[in-house]
Design a protein around this ligand. Structure first.
Ligand SMILES: C[S@@+](CC[C@H](N)C(=O)[O-])C[C@H]1O[C@@H](n2cnc3c(N)ncnc32)[C@H](O)[C@@H]1O
Length: 276
């Protein structure tokens, strides 16, 4: 059950690596994104636009990348949409998107974006591990950094997306490049020193005074991610690792020109469901 738009910021008192269930992860991250929604849009709103489609902090635009193919008249599901600016961009190109997110706070910004742009998109509050959509009801699914790094069971998300796509449907998801797990989340020189074993997938957990998780990130190695994609019935068509463009000076959290010149920050998986 997903609800709420609690705006009280969870008070983290510490960080630990420990297992967290799907429910505990969703509870923590829903509260966290509810509380962070306003700050997120103050910090990144201009970069993301109201009806634009930017895949990642490296500023790769779908208008240039064409990762989802032709969208005209296609039904499209945006996973972990935040304020759904990508879905509005798609609507303006003749697609029929539905946008969903775990966080009511993020969806509140989606309604504001629709009012500001005059482009309405159907919005749903849902958890990516439990999609409230019929089998074979979409042609395309995608996400720009939504849900995938924030769920305990990303293999289940892959299966759920496979279930709601029509045969031959495309699933394109951008997420943190797996190599970044080994480095501290620091845009400066400290972020260039590997400190964590790449193969240790124990989740990153911030917790409050009662020991409850307040924010959780989950990691998969590249090999594990490919296995999850294949096990759900997808073929991996491409794995895009956008380079940091010359002249792009805008930092985004741990993403910076300094690190971007040396390490990939984003991986975009372009997958196609078996046509059967
Ligand atoms: C980094 S934001 C990206 C949002 C948007 N795609 C963008 O580019 O601004 C991550 C989003 O994933 C959502 N999210 C986290 N866990 C989720 C889950 N289990 N199911 C659906 N959405 C989730 C968050 O609420 C948040 O809106």
């Amino acid at each position: 059950m997903v609800t709420g738009d609690g705006d009280e910021r969870p008070q983290a008192v510490g960080i630990v690596r420990r297992e967290e269930s799907s429910d505990a992860t969703a509870r923590a991250n829903r509260r966290w994104w509810d509380a962070d929604a306003d700050d997120y849009h103050v910090e990144h709103g201009e970069f993301l636009g109201v009806a634009d489609f930017v895949w990642c902090p490296e500023r790769l635009r779908e208008a240039d990348a064409h990762l989802r193919g032709d969208v005209r008249d296609k039904t499209v599901l945006e996973v972990g949409s935040g304020s759904a600016m990508c879905s509005r961009w798609l609507t303006a190109r003749g697609a029929h998107p539905v946008a969903f997110d775990l966080s009511a706070g993020m969806l509140r910004h989606a309604r504001t974006g629709s009012a500001a742009s005059g482009i309405d998109v159907p919005l749903v509050q849902a958890d990516a591990e439990h999609l409230p959509f019929r089998d074979r009801s979409f042609d395309i699914a995608f996400t720009a950094f939504g849900a995938v790094p924030f769920v305990a069971d990303s293999a289940r998300v892959m299966r759920e997306v496979a279930r709601i796509l029509r045969p031959g449907g495309r699933w394109v998801f951008a997420t943190t490049h797996p190599i970044r797990w080994s480095f501290p989340d620091d845009p400066g020189p400290e972020g260039l020193r590997a400190t964590m074993p790449y193969w240790d997938t124990t989740p990153y957990v911030e917790y409050d005074a009662a020991g409850e998780a307040t924010y959780v990130e989950h990691h998969r190695t590249l090999g594990q991610r490919v296995q999850e994609i294949a096990a759900a019935g997808f073929r991996l068509l491409d794995l895009v690792e956008p380079e940091w463009p010359a002249g792009h000076t805008q930092e985004w959290g741990q993403w910076s020109p300094l690190r971007g010149a040396i390490l990939p920050g984003t991986a975009i998986y372009v997958c196609e469901l078996d046509a059967r």
